[in-house]
Each structure stands twice: as C-alpha cells, then as structure tokens.
Design a protein around this ligand. Structure first.
Ligand code: SDX
Length: 426
C-alpha cells in the first residue's frame, strides 16, 4: 500500500496523527484522511476544491498544462483520429476496440436506439415550450420504468445492455424532444447512418424521408459529442457517482446527472454563452461587458470563461474553435456576427490583466454554442447535446464504481447551528 505519511500535529493533542499518502499515476498524490473521524475531526472542503472523492482510471486532467486524457489518450488525438462510439468503447472498456469489437459495439448500440412508446408518449405530454432539459431529466428517468426487469446492477450482462440502451437512446431522445418542441412528427432512427449523422437526421429530417445530412455537419456533431464525452469528477459525474452509491439504477442516477448539468455554472453555460453574445450584440459593446465581468459588485460573469480545474486553455475549447471555423465556412457563415463577437471577446479577455491574473480561459462551452446554433439547434437545447455526449462518461464512472466494492457516499458537515436547547414551557 504505502509507507509515505503526512504527519498532522494538532494543538491540544499529545501525539501527532499519521495519515497515509497514496501515489497516483499522474497528478497530486492523495492523503487518506479516513482515520480523522476517530480522532474527533472532519476535513472541511466546501466545493471539494482539494478533495479526491474516489479512485478512477478513466480520465485525467492536468489543469495547469491544459491536458485531458481519456484512458491515456490526449483529447486532441481522439478528436482528430477517433469518433464518438469508439471513444465510448474506450471510456467503458479501458482500451481502444479492435475493428471487430468496434463493429460489434456499434451494432449493439444501434440495435438499442429505438425509444419505447411509453417514453415517446411521456415526451408528448410536455408543453411545446417546456425547457428541453426538463423533458430529458424525465425521459431518462422513465427509462428505468421501461427496463425495470433488466436493471440488476450486480449482473455484468444487465450493466452492458444498459450501456447500449443509454448510448443508443440519448440521441433519439434528444431528437424526439426537439421534434416535439417544433410540433413535428418524430423521425425514426436509421441504423444505416453513423451515430451523429443519425442524430441530425432524426432532428432535422422529415418522417418517412431519406436522410440528407451534410458530411461536414455530421463530422462536427461527432466531434461535439466526443469532446463532451467525459471530464473526470465534474459536478454532474460526481452526482451520478453519489446517487449511484445508494445502489439505485443507472437511469435514475444519470437523470440526476442531467439535472446537475443543466446549471449555468456547468453544462448550462453553452446556452448562457449564446445569450451573452446576443446581449453584447456588437464588438463595440465588448469593453463594457468585460468591465462588468470584472466588477465585483456586478453578478455578470463572462460565460464560457474560467474553470475549476483548467488554469490554462481548456484543450477542448481549442478543438471546438477549429470545428467552429470549419462549420461556419462550410455553411457560408464565416462572417457570423456572433463568431466575430466571440473571437474579439476572447482576444480582449486573454490580454486583460484580470483574466490573466485569475487564469480565466475559454472553456468547452465558449465556442460550442456558436457551432450548434449554426447547425440549427435551438440554444435552450445546447445542454441536451452536452448531456447526450456526456452520457458515456457518466455511465463509465458509474460502472467503474459499481464493478468494485463501494460504500454509500455520506459527507458530513461543519455544524454551526444551535446546540441542544429546551422547548419553552407554555
Ligand atoms: C463546465 O468541472 C468540469 O470539468 C466542468 C466541465 C465538464 O466538462 O464537465 O468542464 C463543463 O462546466 C465548464 C464551465 C462552464 N461554466 C461557465 O463557463 C460559467 C462561467 N464560469 C464560472 O462561473 C467559473 O469560472 C466556474 C464556475 C466555471 C469555476 O468557478 P470556481 O472554480 O468556483 O472559481 P470561482 O467562482 O471561485 O472564481 C475564481 C475567481 C473569482 O474572483 P475572486 O472572488 O477570486 O476575486 O475568478 C472569477 C471569480 O469572480 N471568475 C470570473 C469568471 N469565472 C471566475 N470572473 C468573470 N467571469 C468568469 N467567467
């Protein structure tokens, strides 16, 4: 195990407390504080700024260097050479698939991409102007009702089938939510199409008509799904792990992850970036908004900027920017005013002392919204795309946890409320 120790000396305690230090293959080593409760202490770390909540082999981030690895492979190389389903296989299994394994995985996902009628009916019960993330939370949670008989999380076979169903049905659900909100008929999944190509067909195609999807947009969509596939122990993935630690089924745990991702500080930022760019409206207004972002008395923040871990460029943002340029020039939108504002805003912010000092760089959400808007996805559905891509990562982390011994997550607190007091006599 380990012979390195952290020696904690505490005022008022005669003896110091020895805490084991465990090595990592990359990143900071960890100090095991589990013995502190017996010594009468809790650690205190609001926001988990310095807390490793689990051991994992799936994704590694070096925030100082702007490095993101999935099972050791740099995100830039996966974005260049891989595709979303191959990356899903890698996240789930730890190794890249052989050609045979890849074909088998792809066919298994495609064969589970149809959504049950009961969930289709549930989607139709929502008002057409319902926020798509509200519908997605419900629809994914409802999958637990559809597959209740094959959700024994102790059975590897059930866990594998559930992975196929989740990865297969997320794009179908995303497309159905879009069609419902547009007041249009659902378009059936077409297993002859690629993963992202099929999503675009189900979203923008017409029922009964053959697919007519631009290869450039299909490639961009693949890359958007891939770039969102996983990101270590972020808020929504930690939610999936914590809810999954009670032994609940993976669809319920992932519905909780979707709810967490919705927030503007997390996956909801892509929608907020577009709203912000539209509010800025012109490059002439950028300085005013940068000043607002720096003003402590103003709650305005530059959406799509900053990150809890990256104190350097988010490597995904660089790839997303390159994809943005490709898509907009393909669509003849290279002079898109929102892109002009975003590009200028990025330049100004990166040269501004406030952003440099606080190490605030564009994150994955800064450019993704511009691409998705150009593809025709409504801003309020951007986070649905994020959730669709992230489903693989959520599942991989849930599966990693339940495939080994685990305990229910149960944080404690720093209590500063009343101590015992008597109920007043009448
Ligand atoms: C995602 O965790 C993940 O991996 C998430 C994610 C994933 O793939 O799962 O990468 C996806 O969620 C990306 C982040 C998307 N969110 C946004 O773009 C929203 C805007 N950014 C922020 O609100 C903020 O940067 C966070 C939430 C992303 C990170 O916040 P932290 O780590 O809690 O940092 P903080 O809020 O304490 O900010 C540190 C300082 C503060 O100033 P001081 O109090 O030190 O003076 O930086 C300032 C903040 O005011 N600051 C910003 C800012 N972000 C931080 N100032 C202006 N604009 C911003 N965007």
């Amino acid at each position: 195990m380990t012979d390195r120790k952290a020696r904690l000396s505490v005022d008022g305690l005669d003896a110091s407390i020895d805490l084991p230090i465990y090595p990592c293959s990359a990143g900071p080593d960890v100090i095991d504080v589990t013995s502190l409760t017996k010594k009468g202490f809790f650690t205190y770390d609001p926001g988990f700024m310095s807390t490793a909540a689990c051991e994992s082999k799936i994704t590694y981030i070096d925030g100082a260097k702007g490095v993101l690895l999935h099972r050791g492979y740099p995100i830039e190389q996966l974005a260049e050479h891989s595709d979303y389903l191959e990356t899903c296989y890698l996240l789930l299994n730890g190794e890249l698939p052989s050609n045979e394994q890849r074909e088998e995985f792809s066919q298994a996902v495609k064969s589970h991409s149809q959504v049950d009628e009961s969930v289709a009916a549930l989607i139709k019960t929502f008002k057409q102007d319902a926020h798509p993330m509200a519908i997605m939370c419900s629809a994914v949670g409802a999958l637990a009702a559809v597959y209740h008989e094959t959700l024994d999380i102790t059975k590897e076979e059930d866990r594998l089938t559930t992975a196929y169903r989740l990865i297969g049905q997320m794009p179908t659900l995303a497309a159905m939510v879009h069609k419902h909100r547009q007041g249009e008929e659902f378009v059936a999944s077409d297993s002859s199409l690629g993963y992202a190509e099929n999503y675009l067909h189900m979203t923008f195609g017409k029922a009964g008509e053959a697919a007519k999807v631009s290869p450039v947009l299909a490639k961009a969509m693949e890359r958007i799904f891939l770039l969102h596939a996983d990101h270590e122990q972020n808020a929504s993935t930690s939610t999936v792990r914590l809810s999954g630690s009670s032994g609940t089924n993976p669809f319920a745990a992932i519905a909780a992850g979707i709810a967490t991702l919705w927030g503007p500080a997390h996956g909801g930022a892509n929608e907020a970036v577009l709203t912000m760019l539209q509010e800025i409206g012109s490059v002439d207004n950028i300085d005013t908004y940068v000043a607002k972002a720096k003003d402590k008395s103003d709650p305005f923040r530059l959406m799509g900027f900053g990150h809890r871990v990256y104190k350097n460029f988010d490597p995904r943002a660089k790839v997303m920017k390159q994809t943005c340029d490709e898509v907009l020039s393909e669509l003849g939108l290279a002079d898109d005013p929102l892109l002009a504002i975003a590009t200028r805003l990025e330049k100004i912010a990166l040269e501004d002392e406030y952003f440099i000092q606080k190490k605030l760089y564009p994150n994955v959400d800064f450019y993704s919204g511009i691409i998705m808007k150009a593809i025709g996805i409504p801003p309020e559905a951007f986070t649905v795309i994020f959730a669709t891509g992230r489903a693989a990562g959520w599942y991989a982390h849930w599966n990693e946890m339940v495939s080994a011994p685990y305990k229910i997550g149960r944080p404690r607190q720093r209590y500063t409320g009343y101590t015992t007091r008597e109920y007043p006599s009448k």
